[in-house]
Design a binder for this molecule. Structure first.
Ligand SMILES: Nc1ncnc2c1ncn2[C@@H]1O[C@H](COP(=O)(O)OP(=O)(O)O)[C@@H](O)[C@H]1O
Ligand SMILES: [Mg+2]
Length: 195
């Protein structure tokens, strides 16, 4: 995971949408789908690299200067435009966060397939279980949505994101709190954490 040196609130971030969530929930896959639908979606990591905002590397993870990245974003894009950024830190530079969620049991399988160390997999599975990124997004962003992607195809997730970006959501299905792994998994939680 990329570490952040500090959390920055900018003056004008209303047009920046973040597609965020625990590693493995499907951010990069859905970003690719959105691009094929004509949306410009920046990868947080690539943007940070391109704009020379990586300060350091710790444990192979980039440490990003969020203040500089935020300033550069504001300089680059007109206030009228919509900017979409994907990455597990993207909520740090946006004011609308779309948090993708994935059932921790499925997430664990996906992260193990990545060949990650068990400890790193479990760190992320537990972060998903306890809503870590959602909580951060709620602290940092003015508007937060969460989408349970577990039973959705990448295309369905893309459709849900488009409905949020275009502002045509008719009901409150994506309001924060609609996902609750701890209640949903109940007695399986021990199993997820220990296995
Ligand atoms: N909606 C989905 N349904 C099933 N598999 C998915 C879905 N979205 C992503 N995946 C798979 O999950 C893995 C992680 O997806 P990725 O987009 O790399 O996640 P992230 O960018 O959030 O880390 C990939 O193997 C991808 O093919
Ligand atoms: Mg990714």
């Amino acid at each position: 995971m990329i570490n952040s040196r500090e959390t920055v609130k900018a003056n004008d971030k209303s047009r920046v949408f973040a597609i965020t969530g625990t590693p493995g929930v499907g951010k990069t896959s859905v970003a690719e789908m959105l691009r094929s639908r004509g949306y410009t979606v920046y990868s947080f990591n690539e943007l940070a690299k391109k704009l020379d905002c990586i300060i350091d590397y710790e444990d192979e993870c980039a440490v990003v200067d969020l203040e500089k990245l935020n300033t550069m974003l504001n300089m680059m894009f007109s206030p009228e435009g919509t900017v979409v950024v994907e990455g597990h830190l993207s909520h740090h530079i946006a004011d609308t966060a779309i948090v993708l969620r994935c059932n921790p049991i499925q997430l664990k399988e996906r992260l193990l397939k990545r060949g990650w160390k068990y400890e790193k997999v479990m760190e992320n599975v537990e972060a998903e279980l306890i809503d870590s990124i959602l909580v951060e997004a709620l602290e940092m962003c003015e508007r937060v949505y969460e989408i349970d992607t577990t039973e959705k195809s990448v295309e369905e997730v893309a459709k849900a994101i488009i409905s949020i970006i275009e502002g045509d959501i008719e009901n409150e299905i994506y309001k924060p709190g609609n996902v609750d792994w701890i209640s949903e998994l109940e007695e399986k939680i021990d199993e997820i954490i220990r296995l």
